[in-house]
Every structure is written in structure tokens, then in C-alpha cells.
Design a protein around this ligand. Structure first.
Ligand SMILES: C[S@@+](CC[C@H](N)C(=O)[O-])C[C@H]1O[C@@H](n2cnc3c(N)ncnc32)[C@H](O)[C@@H]1O
Length: 209
């Protein structure tokens, strides 16, 4: 395990090889989330190293965070990185599939930088832990669609911030989301060498954070 310094965010994180190393998508999300300081509770799914909630918790001292990851190694790292950055009283960590272990969904904001690439013959060869970090199903967005449907069914009053990639997604899929009766907005686009990333906000219920 190696300790890495992220001077832009004034923090250090321990990140083992089995945990997603913060990349362009991570920084794109952190730098373009437009949260307000009155937000009481944020859930982050798939925290990886914990970087997104750790940076946000440093900036929003009154906000509480609950961070999940399906990987037990990532969950342990998020917990220890929270301690390393003295934020363990502001951030709780749970190992679970998306938000499936939560009985009531009451956060104003949910964040997930999800695995968003489609499975193909190449990714099939990856170990399961790597696949969980990068592939979101055969079309690439089944995992995030599952979450959208469960939030819609639970009548949660919340805003979900997430990322889609042009490798997996095109404008027809926008309609697949709006057909589910939620409000949808592209907040920002990031053009990379081989793909475009979209940071989107999806509003459920009345919430518009
Ligand atoms: C692209 S990585 C993002 C990690 C970190 N948030 C970041 O931006 O650097 C996706 C994360 O989602 C986690 N993950 C994948 N499927 C999940 C699921 N069903 N429930 C919770 N976490 C999941 C992976 O283990 C991985 O840590």
C-alpha cells in the first residue's frame, strides 16, 4: 500500500492496488459539484478511496456523509482514510450494494462516480474486483439505471449526481431516463482523448439541490 498526496485538495490517502485510484472522472466530479452549505446529509455510493466525500467533508463542515462501497477492501480504506484526515466523526462508512441496506432514504444529495463502461470480451477477462470498478453492465449503465429505478420506487426526495460516458451512452438513453419520470440535467461535459464524460444531476421528488 502506498500513501499518496493530493496537494490540490490538501489531503493524503492510502490506496492499495485493489482500490480505484482517483482519476479524471473523480476530479471532474469533485470540481464541478455545486453543493450548498445547508445540505444536511449526503450519501456517496462506491466511495473507492473515499476521496470525494473526504474533500467535500473538509469543505462542508456541517454536512454528514454516509459512504458505501460494495468492495470490503475499499470500505476499509475509506474508513482508515477518514481517520487519516480526521474526518471519522463526519463520515460513516458501510459495505453494501448501492444503498440496498438503507431502510429510509433521506439524504438531500446522492453521489456516485459509478463503473460506467460496457462489458466486452476484454473486460470479461478482468478479475471481479476490477470489473466492479469499471464496468456497469452489458450496456455500461445498467447499474446506475437500477439505482435510478429504486430511488424512483422509494419516492426518495433527493438529487443524484452521477457520470455517464459517451462510450456507453448516447442521446436515446437520455430518453430512457426521462421516461422514468425524473428530471434530468447535464451539469458539465468533459472531453477526453477517447471519450466524453457527462456529469448529470437527476432530481427525484421535489428536491432540487
Ligand atoms: C469508478 S470507481 C469510483 C471510486 C471513487 N468514488 C472515485 O471517484 O475515485 C467505482 C466504485 O464503485 C464501487 N461499486 C461498484 N459497484 C457497486 C455497487 N453495486 N454498490 C456500491 N459500490 C459499487 C466500486 O467498488 C468502485 O469503488
Amino acid at each position: 500500500m502506498v500513501r499518496y498526496n493530493f496537494p490540490e485538495y490538501k489531503l493524503e490517502l492510502d490506496i492499495p492496488a485493489e482500490v480505484y485510484f482517483p482519476a479524471e472522472d473523480t476530479f471532474f466530479l469533485i470540481n464541478n459539484l455545486n453543493l450548498n452549505e445547508n445540505i444536511r446529509l449526503v450519501y456517496e455510493i462506491g466511495g473507492g478511496s473515499g476521496i470525494i466525500s473526504i474533500v467535500l467533508a473538509k469543505n462542508f463542515e456541517k454536512t454528514r456523509f454516509i459512504v458505501s462501497d460494495i468492495s470490503s477492501t475499499a470500505t476499509k480504506m475509506i474508513r482508515s482514510n477518514c481517520k487519516l484526515n480526521r474526518l471519522n466523526s463526519q463520515i460513516d462508512v458501510i459495505c453494501m450494494d448501492k444503498l440496498n441496506a438503507m431502510r429510509y432514504l433521506s439524504p438531500e444529495v446522492i453521489i456516485w462516480n459509478p463503473p460506467y463502461l460496457p462489458e466486452d470480451s476484454e473486460t470479461q477477462k478482468h478479475p471481479i474486483t476490477d470489473k466492479l470498478m469499471i464496468t456497469g453492465g452489458k450496456r455500461g449503465f445498467e447499474e446506475i439505471f437500477d439505482l435510478i429505478i429504486s430511488l424512483q420506487c422509494s419516492k426518495a426526495n433527493t438529487s443524484l449526481y452521477t457520470i455517464f460516458s459517451s462510450i456507453a451512452w448516447d442521446e436515446d438513453n437520455f430518453e430512457e431516463i426521462t421516461e422514468k419520470g425524473v428530471r434530468f440535467e447535464i451539469i458539465k461535459e468533459l472531453k477526453l482523448f477517447f471519450e466524453k464524460l457527462y456529469l448529470v444531476r437527476i432530481d427525484f421528488g421535489d428536491y432540487n439541490g
